[in-house]
Design a binder for this molecule. Structure first.
Ligand SMILES: [Fe+2]
Length: 398
């Protein structure tokens, strides 16, 4: 081949059908093969995730790309990416961000309707829930990442949205069909609407609620169910919402039903609701690390929560859920970006030096490939006084 025809390009210019002769610019220490065909977009994504910035391509060896749905059995990394996501993270994240913002707006207007005692239009939030499921289907990690972004005063809006996202992911994981997943996500989106009718002094109380206050708080389920009836939502969905505080031992509320009387969807909603509430940062307390929240879920099973579903939920979230922060053996902090086959070695974005106490230029590392680096523990941004939201804006949602 004629060496003179070689061309240096950036990773952003690399497309399927090109032949890479050499990698000439790469951050991070992950060794990757430097010559080969770019058979699909997934190959580009893997190279990008490994920190490749500049490459030399050989235009004389360009080739025709196989149809996108043809799995590449020769490349296990690609096969894994194929199984995990149909669209790369960096493509989905912007769409996911728009959806996330839109979800908060829709939730806000739903709450306003419920507060004023007006029926809401079912079509918009239902269609929105379906879009959430489509995004999760394209790449679950994008929306899951966004569940970690919390604005101090938006708990109610974000909690319902996050529960919908968690359930879309959970529903797909347990093998529900598309309609079931969409209905489940929709139930999550609507489940806490009744809270808007709880007086602020109880809803936002910093300390423990007294028994009479708790009795008022529990009425949010009834208020929500009333609003759903007024909007003529179908009864199966109302049932799921009505069950989100019921527990298998019959000690939940409002009806105190237990065991088989609680639907599978109601049990799943209870798990996602509890997990998000435990991990959420609130104005008066930092959310707990995901592993601690998962321990609490496990402690509540099998008496209160469905043991099999809790196990499935933990499996689907992973040991280190996407969007959570971890401290590495290199004394750096990183955010989990993507699950790998091995739950202990996800792809992470390193962004902070604990020793130096400063931000670093963000770098993606696949811990499945770089065995020298391990995760020491799950951490919280608040432990290091890091403004996680602004880091996210700068480095993830580019
Ligand atoms: Fe609730």
């Amino acid at each position: 081949m004629n060496g003179n025809s070689l061309k240096t390009i950036t990773i952003d210019q690399l497309v399927p059908g090109m032949f890479v002769s050499q990698i000439v610019g790469q951050s991070g220490g992950v060794k990757i093969k430097s010559e080969g065909k770019v058979t699909s977009q997934k190959v580009v994504d893997v190279l990008r995730a490994r920190g490749v910035k500049k490459l030399v391509i050989d235009p004389n060896r360009a080739f025709t790309v196989a149809p996108p749905d043809t799995p590449n059995a020769e490349d296990p990394e690609e096969a894994r990416a194929e199984k995990k996501a149909k669209v790369p993270f960096f493509r989905e994240i912007q769409r996911a961000e728009q959806l996330h913002a839109q979800g908060k707006e829709i939730q806000k207007s739903l709450l306003e309707s419920v507060q004023k005692g007006l029926p809401f239009d079912d079509k918009i939030p239902r269609a929105f829930s379906h879009k959430l499921v489509e995004s999760i289907d394209r790449n679950p990690d994008a929306l899951l990442c966004l569940t970690k972004i919390r604005e101090k005063d938006d708990y109610l809006l974000e909690h319902s949205l996050n529960v919908a996202i968690l359930l879309a992911n959970f529903g797909q994981f347990v093998g529900m069909d598309e309609q079931q997943v969409s209905d489940l996500a929709y139930a999550g989106f609507l489940h806490d609407m009744g809270k808007i009718r709880i007086p602020d002094n109880i809803l936002h109380k910093l300390g423990r609620l007294t028994d009479p206050e708790m009795a008022v708080m529990k009425r949010h389920v009834e208020f929500g169910v009333d609003a759903l009836h007024a909007a003529r939502i179908d009864s199966a969905l109302i049932r799921v919402v009505s069950e989100h505080h019921e527990r298998l031992d019959g000690k939940g509320y409002p009806a105190g039903i237990g065991g088989q009387d609680i639907s599978q969807e109601g049990r799943m909603l209870a798990i996602a609701d509890m997990y998000d509430a435990l991990t959420a940062d609130r104005c008066y307390k930092a959310g707990m690390p995901s592993q601690k929240a998962m321990k609490i879920l496990l402690q509540d099973a099998p008496e209160r929560l469905d043991s099999g579903l809790v196990q499935q939920f933990i499996k689907c979230m992973g040991v280190y859920p996407v969007g959570s922060l971890v401290r590495l053996s290199t004394d750096k902090l990183a955010m989990v970006l993507q699950q790998n086959d091995s739950p202990l070695t996800p792809v992470v974005k390193v962004f902070y030096s604990v020793k130096g106490g400063h931000f670093l230029e963000p770098k993606d590392i696949d811990l499945a490939c770089d065995k020298r680096i391990t995760i020491e523990s799950s951490v919280l941004a608040s432990e290091y006084k890091i403004d996680f939201n602004s880091f996210f804006e700068r480095s993830i949602a580019l």
